[in-house]
Design a protein around this ligand. Structure first.
Ligand code: COA
Length: 329
């Protein structure tokens, strides 16, 4: 009989240092708290100093293990969704997490799908668990995009923050857990959100080391349009796969990229303000971490009840997108 797989526990971690909008002005950037709040809904974000993607993952994972109430020896795999690993090529963050948590020598790998990464990783873990050979899988979404932003570029650096979110996936009551998932990509628009230099195509050299192309570049308007065009359609497709309708949604946990995008989706889905989790004001866009951080906070606040239909949706570089319909166990 097919297993029902769901979220057993959640956790999150952010760096110690809060960076307010006005701190960018102090930093010499031609911007303002008013502009950033008005266009994005972001008031502050957390920025790494001595923390790393893996150290944030380990902290978030410890919370998730505790929240799930499981023995860490029953974790049979670790998947980290990230595009900002501690090291440029290898080792993976997942291997650092496996060692840092003192796990057995289990499967550990990173997954690259940018801001949609957590939804991709959840789907991979769910299918691995349904295959029957794993008991629990630790799934993390974590990024430290402050390390790859151009701090001279006001159009991008103000948007992002650092953090990690974690879940433990495993068996839940029959009919509960992840009901359906829809993933997608639009690779033809790969250049809309990109770090052009520093990969194997164009390695860093003495000539290009100071180029702005070493940092994150984004066509903000194109990404905005992409997001509002895909979000509602993919959620409707996933709801249909789960034999549900928009009216069945209890709680909406969207990727936190821009409050205007979230508001657009909320209206189209016919949801009330109370049905949507929003924390972009405190964290900014934490990329792959944004959905599991939001899930962790909503769970800690007791906002997620057994039987609730929780919808997550993400979009980002690639371009990639994904949504999951989860019946909270
Ligand atoms: N402070 C002050 N002014 C700024 C600014 C900042 N931080 N960033 C840009 N501006 C200026 C621009 O230079 C431009 O000035 P100009 O009219 O003199 O040229 C003006 O503000 C408007 O810029 P524009 O890019 O048209 O703003 P926008 O309304 O499209 O908002 C984003 C920009 C980035 C907030 C918006 O496009 C967005 O959120 N896009 C989606 C991004 C996203 O979600 N990315 C992550 C995907 S995971």
């Amino acid at each position: 009989m097919a297993r029902s797989i769901g979220i057993l526990g959640t956790g999150k971690a952010v760096p110690k240092k809060a960076f307010k909008n006005d701190d960018f002005v102090k930093h010499g950037l031609d911007t303002s708290d008013e502009w950033i709040m008005d266009r994005t809904g972001i008031r502050q974000r957390y920025i790494v100093e001595d923390e790393t993607t893996s150290s944030l993952c380990i902290e978030a994972a410890e919370h998730a293990i505790k929240s799930a109430g499981i023995d860490r020896d029953t974790i049979d795999a670790v998947i980290v969704a990230t595009t900002t690993p501690d090291y440029p090529v290898f080792p993976s963050v997942a291997c650092l997490v496996q060692a840092g948590l003192g796990l057995r020598e289990v499967a550990a790998f990173d997954l690259s799908a940018a801001c949609s990464g957590f939804i991709y990783a959840t789907e991979v873990a769910t299918q691995m668990l349904k295959g029957g050979h794993y008991r629990h899988i630790l799934v993390l979404g974590a990024d430290t995009l402050s390390r790859v932003c151009d701090w001279r570029d006001r159009s991008t650096v103000v948007l992002f923050g650092d953090g990690a979110g974690a879940v433990i996936l495993g068996d839940v009551k029959k009919g509960y857990g992840v009901l359906s998932t829809k993933l997608g990509s639009r690779g033809k628009d790969f250049d809309k959100l990109i770090i052009p230099i520093g990969g194997t195509k164009t390695p860093i050299t003495a000539e290009n080391v100071d180029s702005p192309d070493r940092y994150l570049k984004m066509d903000g308007k194109a990404v905005y349009k992409f997001a509002v065009n895909i979000i509602v359609g993919i959620i409707e497709e996933a709801l249909t796969l789960a034999h549900l309708k928009k009216e069945d949604i209890t709680f909406f946990v969207p990727h936190q990229a821009n409050k205007r995008i979230i508001e657009y989706a909320r209206e189209k889905l016919g949801l009330s303000v109370d049905q949507v989790y929003v924390n972009i004001d405190r964290y900014g866009n934490t990329s792959a971490a944004s959905i599991p951080i939001a899930l962790s906070e909503a769970n800690d606040k007791g906002l997620l009840k057994s039987g609730d239909v929780v919808v997550t949706v993400g979009f980002g570089a690639g371009l990639t997108y994904g949504t999951s319909i989860i019946k909270w166990a």
